[in-house]
Design a protein around this ligand. Structure first.
Ligand SMILES: Cc1ncc(COP(=O)(O)O)c(C=O)c1O
Length: 438
């Protein structure tokens, strides 16, 4: 072994030891230790993978990025995967790719996109940023998903796409949505940031539409700290998204490609528009792009996290069940989440809506839980049209947004992440029960 290999081995052994020491110190003290709604769940393998990658010091996308994409697309069963630096960036690149001049049938400014106002902001933002017009329809009260029965009523000659998230991991009604998309020739973007490993009709969420997007932020089903991915089965859409992710450039050789002529060996062989003959393809820009790439170090972590996904899913499902059973006792006070007959969710969290006549408000209940150090969260923006930044956006609303408003007023969510141990769940249940004993 070389001196460097020996040193590296020593460092990685020490990292393992640090993980073990920290783990030993972890202790849950009910009422004193905060019960987070989510968090990183990892062991020494992620820490070692990250440190190993740091020691390599390649830094930018390379061997780990390529491996993660291979693993992720194999897991999903799709043809193309791109890593990004966030779920938000993934949505931005996906929607922008559908407006790219290099695809066959791009959306153009003024085209309409059907979506929901009960949303995470960066599911909606790329629609606005690409000068498309969001058309808002309501969600279902208890699945919290886009109400597929309302889509057709919102379609006009300008409608080009349906963009939605599988809310908190609960699969949307994909058969109905895809049928409508096919009938009217609409693009479908599945924001799968909260629904990794959820299934609809035996098929993974994120494998139905033209694009699916993922977030690997620390709160999500698996994490790279920050990070994301875009998946598609279309080579044309993949290349457009790749270009948008990588500054808008035309070349699709891998970053750091060793061959000076590029993987294609034709770097200096093209003529593009008004550019001089043979202008370096690496510096030809056929899209107005961004730089949305993650570091290779993040992907090293992602490779290890993906291996743990089946266990994470199992834990999420079990934890959801415990909290669902608890709230079920108080169904006269709360609206419980509903799952469609063909859906098999890997829950991001458990959404709960306080009934109008519950005798207490959402604010009362979440304040109580927070006082017990149980973290609660709002269902993202609620009705985003009521958020200060969105007051003046150009949009159209079709029908009432009654359920969307209800989320704003009366819905919150609790975590179900794999870091919730049996002790923590028991504490949560006992605090919820205590509220109703008073
Ligand atoms: C549905 C949905 N879409 C997009 C995002 C954005 O992901 P990121 O935080 O990685 O930008 C989130 C974030 O939690 C989300 O919940």
């Amino acid at each position: 072994m070389s001196n460097e290999s020996i040193l590296r081995q020593e460092i990685l052994e020490r990292v393992k030891e640090i993980y073990r020491l920290r783990k030993e110190e972890e202790k849950f003290n009910p009422g004193k230790t905060k019960v987070n709604y989510s968090g990183r769940v990892f062991d020494e393998k992620e820490m070692i993978a990250v440190v190993d990658s740091v020691i390599d010091f390649w830094l930018t996308l390379g061997i780990n990025g390529r491996k993660f994409c291979e693993d992720f697309k194999n897991y999903l069963g799709v043809k193309y995967c791109l890593v990004t630096n966030s779920g938000s960036s993934s949505n931005l690149a996906a929607i922008s790719a559908l407006c790219s001049p290099i695809i066959n049938n791009p959306m153009i400014a003024g085209d309409e996109v059907i979506t929901t106002a009960m949303t995470f902001p960066t599911t909606l933002n790329p629609i606005i940023q690409n000068r498309l017009i969001p058309i808002f329809i309501d969600i279902e009260e208890d699945t919290y998903n886009i109400d597929a029965s309302k889509i057709e009523g919102a379609i006009t000659s300008k409608t080009r796409a349906i963009v939605f998230a599988h809310t908190l991991g609960n699969p949307a009604e994909m058969d109905k949505i895809m049928k409508i998309a096919k009938k009217y020739n609409l693009y479908v973007v599945e924001d799968t940031c909260d629904a990794l490993d959820s299934y609809y009709d035996g098929k993974k969420c994120g494998t139905f539409g033209d694009f699916s997007t993922y977030s690997f932020y620390a709160a999500h089903h698996m994490t790279m700290g920050e990070g994301g991915a875009i998946c598609t089965n279309s080579l044309e859409l993949y290349r457009a998204a790749l270009s948008i992710r990588d500054w808008g450039r035309a070349c699709y050789c891998q970053t750091g490609e060793a061959n000076p002529m590029g993987a294609c060996r034709h770097r200096f062989d093209f003529k593009f528009g008004d550019l001089p003959e043979g202008y370096d393809h690496k510096y030809v820009y056929n899209n107005i792009g961004y730089n949305l790439k993650p570091l290779d170090i993040q992907c090293a972590m992602g490779i290890e996290q993906l291996k743990k996904l089946p266990k994470f899913t199992e834990a999420r499902k079990n934890n959801f069940k415990v909290l669902y059973e608890c709230f079920k006792k108080y169904e006269d006070r709360f609206i419980l989440p509903r799952v469609l007959p063909k859906a098999d969710p890997s829950w991001f969290a458990i959404p709960i809506t306080v009934r109008e006549d519950a005798g207490f408000s959402k604010r009362d209940f979440v304040t109580y839980l927070e006082s017990k150090l149980i973290e609660t969260r709002m269902l993202f923006a609620g009705n985003i049209l009521k958020q200060p930044g969105y007051k003046d956006i150009e949009c159209r609303i079709v029908g009432e947004l009654k359920n969307t408003d209800q989320v704003l007023e009366r819905t919150f969510f609790l975590g179900v992440y794999p870091g919730l141990t049996k002790e923590k769940l028991e504490y949560m249940v006992s605090c919820i029960d205590e509220y109703f004993k008073k």
